[in-house]
Ligand binder design. Structure first.
Ligand SMILES: C[S@@+](CC[C@H](N)C(=O)[O-])C[C@H]1O[C@@H](n2cnc3c(N)ncnc32)[C@H](O)[C@@H]1O
Length: 259
């Protein structure tokens, strides 16, 4: 593991106020927060989106979750949210950061009735995820599954690759399954922030590729969008009237159901 290079999971953990980060992650986090002062707000709102969508799906009867791009453990992880609604819920976590692996024990302690598992793998290799013995032992792919790709698709810069990966994963899931996704967007950003982001991306100082609404919508092409459709993550069935603006959050979020 190379801790001298910033990694998304640790930088995100830094923004969320966690303890699992190194100097390179903090430097990168501070650099991006200087260019985008609401980066921390965006991280927190993204996490709230994940919480609300998992609760919504658990309340709707979904009992299986495939959470790819898990991130480091935080107080409310997917299995805790789902198992609070239904203790028998099963969750498979997947991340490509070895540091998340070292925390996987915290992610795999669930209810006795449910199951949680952890696989270290890359979203770019969906077959390796789908064929993994741990996935097959935790999830039953003949029953609906919620596929969570929350704040991870923007690390796949190539649209064709990202779409292929999402389709391959959805193809393996039965009717009644769901996709939950969020992605950085500059649709609400003023031109100077768009220019700043492009400069940072071109120089390799940020690794997140923003998508506009039509680019993000393509992930849901084969699905029925759940109300309110594609909106800023903070505006997806919000818990509070007072919340950051779409410009501050700069992340699209949506939930789709496989017909
Ligand atoms: C910003 S965090 C999001 C964590 C969580 N999904 C959330 O929204 O709170 C992105 C996570 O995706 C993981 N990640 C980035 N690229 C990945 C890839 N190609 N395959 C698997 N995981 C990846 C990172 O290690 C990190 O844990």
């Amino acid at each position: 593991m190379n801790t001298s290079v910033a990694h998304p999971a640790r930088r995100y953990n830094y923004w969320l106020g966690g303890k699992d980060h190194f100097a390179a992650d903090r430097e990168s986090g501070d650099l991006l927060a200087k260019a985008f002062p609401t980066a921390r707000v965006a991280a927190l709102e993204n996490r709230e989106f994940l919480r609300r969508t998992v609760k919504f799906l658990a309340d709707s009867g979904i009992r299986q979750f495939l959470d790819i791009g898990t991130g480091l453990p935080v107080p409310d992880n997917t299995h805790e949210i789902a198992q609070r609604v239904a203790p028998e819920s099963r969750v498979l976590y997947v991340d490509n950061d070895p540091i998340v692996m070292t925390h996987s024990r915290a992610l795999t302690i669930g209810t006795p009735e449910g199951r949680t598992g952890y696989v270290e793998a890359d979203l770019r290799s969906p077959e390796a995820i789908l064929d993994h013995a741990e996935l097959r032992s935790v999830l039953d792919l003949t029953e609906p599954v919620a596929l969570l790709l929350v704040a991870v698709l923007h690390f796949l810069h190539d649209d064709a690759q990202a779409i292929t990966v999402v389709r391959r994963l959805l193809d393996a899931l039965p009717s009644g399954s769901y996709l939950v996704a969020s992605n950085l967007t500059l649709d609400f950003a003023p031109p100077e922030q768009v220019a700043k982001h492009e400069e940072l991306l071109a120089s390799g100082r940020t690794d997140a590729r923003a998508r506009d609404k039509s680019e993000f919508a393509r992930f849901f092409d084969t699905l029925e969008l759940v109300e309110p459709g594609i909106v800023a993550a903070s505006d997806w069935r919000p818990a509070h009237d007072e919340r950051p603006t779409a410009q501050d959050v700069a992340i699209y979020g949506a939930v789709g159901r496989k017909p």
